[in-house]
Write a protein that binds this ligand. Structure first.
Ligand code: HEC
Length: 258
């Protein structure tokens, strides 16, 4: 018995010491991330359709000037509530290179619903030249590729400071961002009050714009989340009902014995 008590106590002490350890180094080198309440987090969370549409607007009007989103096709926008004609209109203004044709020539054409999002630059070199040497990463999986992705991207976009601390000398073309590892980033500040005019009349504050675009980017990385969470909820309800049935059955079967 004493042995048992000792081992339980030491297990408890171990658990406490482990939980007191600092968390593993984060992508942002420990910069404090202000946690947001995301509608899709938790067991039963789901995407807010209106936020997804607004977030697409921000991506399309702002981020798409520098960042590609190669894993998403225009027709996928139907999942966040865009109609067929709207999707055709969104794709139809983007040009891409296709071919070769019968003559063996490459040609340019306008994008169709079945095409993937057209990247803003022909290749990585062209993207770097236009961005002072820095490469804007593809954003399809960015919320998965960074630790605490949604909170990280949210804080990053709002993490710019006009004047860096006195001991920091900015390299040419860089901006000071307290959240980016190393604090110097090749992406200029993007989020401003009234940056976009939302079709649904929502007020475009910096926080609102950022929350919406992060919601959209998380959908891009995890489009099946709503279906998965829905299935989880149904499964739980099913199991609860099954448990109740089995319990009732057990009571009936054993009623003679008791
Ligand atoms: C003018 C071009 C430009 C625009 C517009 C732009 N970015 Fe960037 N972005 C960049 C560049 C360049 C980098 C790479 C920075 C570096 O490595 O120093 C970058 C990096 C990033 C990163 C990666 C940070 C990391 O941890 O590596 C994220 C996330 C990001 N941008 C999100 C966005 C979002 C969201 C928008 C739209 C609201 C946006 N960007 C608009 C140029 C741009």
């Amino acid at each position: 018995m004493r042995r048992f008590v000792v081992s339980v106590l030491s297990a408890a002490a171990f658990a406490v010491s482990v939980s007191a350890l600092p968390p593993a180094a984060s992508a942002s080198e420990g910069a404090h991330l202000e946690k947001q309440k995301w509608s899709w987090s938790g067991l039963f969370g789901s995407y807010d359709q209106a936020a997804l549409k607004r977030g697409f607007q921000v991506y399309n009007e702002v981020c798409a000037n520098c960042h590609s989103l190669k894993l998403v096709a225009y027709r996928n926008l139907a999942e966040i509530g865009f109609g067929e004609d709207e999707i055709k209109a969104i794709a139809g203004v983007k040009e891409l290179e296709d071919g070769p044709n019968d003559q063996g020539e490459m040609f340019t054409r306008f994008a169709k619903a079945s095409d993937h999002f057209v990247p803003p630059f022909k290749n990585d070199q062209a993207a770097r030249v236009a961005n002072g040497g820095a490469l804007p990463p593809d954003l399809s999986l960015i919320t998965k590729a960074r630790l605490n992705g949604p909170d990280y991207v949210y804080n990053l976009l709002l993490g710019y400071k006009d004047t860096p601390p006195a001991d920091v000398t900015l390299m040419p073309g860089m901006s000071y961002n307290a959240v980016f590892p190393g604090s110097q980033i090749g992406m200029p500040p993007q989020i401003f009050d009234g940056l976009v005019t939302y079709a649904d009349g929502t007020k475009a504050t910096p926080e609102q714009i950022t929350k919406d675009v992060v919601t959209f980017l998380n959908w891009a990385a995890e489009p099946e989340l709503n279906a998965r969470h829905g299935m989880g909820a149904k499964t739980l309800i099913f199991l609860l009902v099954l448990t109740a049935l089995f319990y009732a059955l057990k009571r009936q079967i054993w009623s003679d014995v008791h």
